[in-house]
Design a protein around this ligand. Structure first.
Ligand code: GLU
Ligand code: MG
Length: 439
């Protein structure tokens, strides 16, 4: 009898869902070629899962099927070890069984906004920065210190190696301000790839922590120590033939007219955007004044209390200012789907361009020090202070709602309202613990 060697390797098709959880279909690797062609089936009601494993009320129930069709260009492959099979997966889109796009697919939501931008002759380059906490560290080293970096050298070098292998192109993996906190930044990429990479950062960091027996949390705030984990989304506009469109040295904030309109659109819709970008009950324990997160919708240049920060530009020899120019959206966290986050930011920005909105004055101080009677001058408004308020803002924002479509809005709202109901009688620290157990 021939002793045929059977590969024990697994591969996955993944979809990062409305709650920022990566769901997967897993199969033996030898089936990959045929699965790449025909996709796998997925149950629509699974999209109605809340973070705590409950399927909320939805329009599909036990009926229907979708095709989960992988994007072969989105492969992530991180080598395994003697005892662990490689981490190998592909991002997938949901299609109807006849092959047409399924309107509530989160990845296709982003693609739809990109198609609208393309009609305006533009594309977006983006990058997501992620903060997270290593929850098993007993004695944290000083923040930003070499000691903190070196004491986690085994973990951080494995994380950066795995990110490089997974095609994420990390720029940094650094100790951050809060105890136990680290941050991974990666190089800018075209929008869809940038959103996929944000998922990859979360999953590769978790994979390496699992392999090393470590515990990590991306939740916006955990009970163990003060400080918050944000996701900052950097966005710049480009022409379809790769010319940078964000920079104009002679305008306020050095933002071009089109980038100013785009930014003004984001500002205008920001309350509704938070329903998608700060998408959980615990997210609103982070979005508070004086914590370098984002408590007010406003624009500032190099201002870390502003929810939109115009990022700094280096003017040294050989540094191209126009190519560096970008804005940073700070009111996001890692419980949000990067595809919904970036898609909604684009929908808002496109509305700003279409309506030629004027960018308000830049905030040059801590926004919480600006008296209310001056808010108008800065186009400022307090951001929602709870998930309920953010969902109300989404419900009254026809631009963002119509960009999503009714099916997506209805399912998203039902999930998020279920989270509010589940957290209703819990204290702040219990809410933190509920979410950090999942994320
Ligand atoms: N940790 C802060 C946040 O929750 C961000 C700090 C920073 O500017 O990197 O957004
Ligand atoms: Mg940071």
């Amino acid at each position: 009898m021939q002793n045929k060697k059977i590969s024990r390797n697994l591969a996955h098709f993944i979809s990062h869902d409305y709650c920022g959880i990566t769901r997967a279909r897993t199969f033996p690797e030898h089936r990959l070629d045929s699965n790449l062609k025909k996709g796998l089936c997925w149950t629509p009601a699974n999209l109605a899962l809340n973070p705590f494993g409950q399927i909320v009320e939805n329009e599909w129930g036990a009926l229907g099927d979708l095709i989960m069709l992988p994007d072969s260009s989105s492969e992530v492959h991180v080598a395994g070890t003697d005892s662990i099979s490689p981490l190998r997966y592909f991002h997938a889109d949901f299609l109807n069984m006849d092959g047409t796009p399924w309107e509530a697919c989160p990845r296709q939501y982003l693609k739809r906004q990109l198609a609208k931008l393309e009609l305006l002759g533009m594309k977006v380059i983006a990058s997501f920065e992620h903060e997270f906490m290593l929850t098993d560290v007993e004695k944290p080293a000083p923040c930003f210190s070499l000691e903190a970096a070196r004491s986690e050298e085994v973990l951080c070098s494995a994380i950066t190696a795995a990110l490089i292998e997974g095609g994420v192109d990390p720029e940094m993996c650094i100790p951050e301000y809060a105890a136990r906190q680290f941050e991974v930044t990666c190089s800018p990429a075209e929008a869809l790839q940038a959103a996929d990479r944000a998922v990859n950062v979360r999953e590769i960091v978790r994979e390496v922590c699992r392999r090393q027996g470590r515990s990590v949390s991306f939740s916006p705030i955990i009970s163990l120590n003060p400080g918050t984990n944000g996701v900052h989304v950097h966005v710049s506009l480009w022409s379809l033939d790769d010319k940078p469109l964000t920079y104009d040295p002679n305008r306020p904030g050095q933002l071009s007219e089109i980038a100013s309109q785009f930014t003004a659109g984001i500002l205008e819709h920001m309350a509704a955007l938070t329903a998608l970008t700060a998408p959980s009950v615990v997210s609103y324990q982070r979005l508070r004044p004086d914590s370098w997160s984002a408590a007010f919708a406003c624009i500032g240049q190099q201002n870390r209390e502003a929810s939109i920060r115009i990022a700094p530009i280096t003017h040294l020899d050989g540094c191209d200012a126009a190519k560096q120019a970008n804005i940073e959206y700070r009111a996001a966290d890692a419980l949000a789907s990067p595809h919904l986050t970036l898609g909604a930011i684009l929908a808002a920005g496109i509305d700003g361009i279409t309506k030629k909105l004027k960018m308000p004055d830049l905030v040059t101080v801590n926004p919480s020090s600006i008296p209310e009677d001056q808010h108008k001058k800065f186009g400022m408004h307090p951001l929602p202070s709870s998930l309920g308020q953010a969902l109300d803002a989404l419900d009254s924002d026809e631009v963002i709602k119509s960009s999503m479509g009714e099916m997506l809005v209805d399912c998203y709202r039902a999930i998020k309202r279920s989270e509010i109901a589940l957290m209703q009688n819990k204290k702040d620290n219990e809410i933190r613990d509920s979410y950090s157990a999942v994320y």
